[in-house]
Design a protein around this ligand. Structure first.
Ligand SMILES: [Zn+2]
Ligand SMILES: [Zn+2]
Length: 287
């Protein structure tokens, strides 16, 4: 027995399958290929153009990138109808401007290719991302204090690399005596940079502390994170004072220093036992 579309009466054929009592044309009209909310709010940063997606801020670097982010967000809103296999979705919309997005959905229904245009109202909500809010507030949340024993071109090179790796989060890199102070807008980035140093130079001591707590106009309190990164890159010939006695570094063996006293006696000390003094280096009580 032939089946008919309960809506338009067309008879079932190879090119016109009947699905849930409907021909493909009527199925698309009455049930739709996919469901989507009528409208969606999209938060964006009016300063840097970052877009908030599922609660997370996505920092985009071009309109193309922004377009991709929004397109993915729109596609995620679609729920295909149960009889439909989605094959392609294309969305056109305006960036950073509330308007209607048209989403062209192409899919298969009972083996027949069908398409539909679904519209979703996009409401762009202008705000500030956490980063730009901090910049606007003139505050910063972290300082990485990098100090070395010996100047090393690799450290200078890495400091320059940081600018391209974390440029957006860096407020200032200031050369200081035996090191650099890196002022950052984000505490997590500060911790990551400290770990990078440890990873590259091994003999690195990291000490974290908080200070300069202040209250923002929004009522939030913020503290500055200080991360001290001491790169203990001793080299033979360096002068060290331990328990008031002067030594020169004879050799570096992994995390151990071989030290020579004034009588040419050699003793070994672990790098963790060396603490930095003011302008000189001394060691805690030796074992
Ligand atoms: Zn029909
Ligand atoms: Zn921003």
């Amino acid at each position: 027995m032939k089946r008919f579309c309960i809506s338009c009466g067309v008879e079932e054929s190879e090119t016109t399958p009947i699905i849930k009592g409907l021909c493909p044309k009527c199925y698309v009209m009455l049930r739709g290929l996919a469901s989507a909310p009528q409208s969606v709010d999209i938060e964006f940063c009016r300063v840097c153009g970052a877009i908030r997606v599922h609660g997370k801020w996505v920092y985009v670097h071009s309109f193309d990138e922004a377009r991709e982010v929004v397109e993915d967000l729109v596609i995620d809103l679609l729920k295909p109808s149960e009889d439909v296999v989605l094959e392609d979705v294309e969305a056109s919309f305006r960036l950073y401007e509330s308007s209607t997005a048209s989403v062209n959905v192409i899919g298969k229904l009972g083996g027949v290719r069908v398409s539909q245009t679904i519209t979703i109202q996009l409401n762009w909500r202008s705000t500030l991302c956490p980063l730009c809010r901090k910049i606007a507030g003139g505050s910063y949340s972290a300082v990485v204090q990098v100090r070395y024993v010996n100047r090393d071109r690799d450290i200078d090179k890495y400091i320059n690399e940081l600018r391209s790796l974390y440029g957006k989060w860096i407020k200032e890199i200031k050369p200081v005596k035996n090191g650099y102070d890196i002022t950052l807008l984000d505490a997590e980035v500060a911790k990551r940079i400290a770990e990078d140093f440890k990873h590259r130079w091994h003999a690195v001591k990291i000490v974290k502390s908080y200070g300069d707590t202040k209250r923002l106009s929004t009522g939030e309190t913020i503290s500055r994170l200080y991360v001290s990164v001491r790169i203990l890159n001793f080299k033979p010939g360096d002068y060290v004072i331990i328990d008031g006695k002067p030594y020169t570094v004879d050799a570096i063996e992994g995390s151990w220093l071989a030290l020579k006293d004034s009588n040419n006696n050699v003793k070994r000390i672990h790098i963790d036992e060396v603490v930095e003094g003011i302008g000189k280096y001394r060691a805690k009580k030796s074992r």
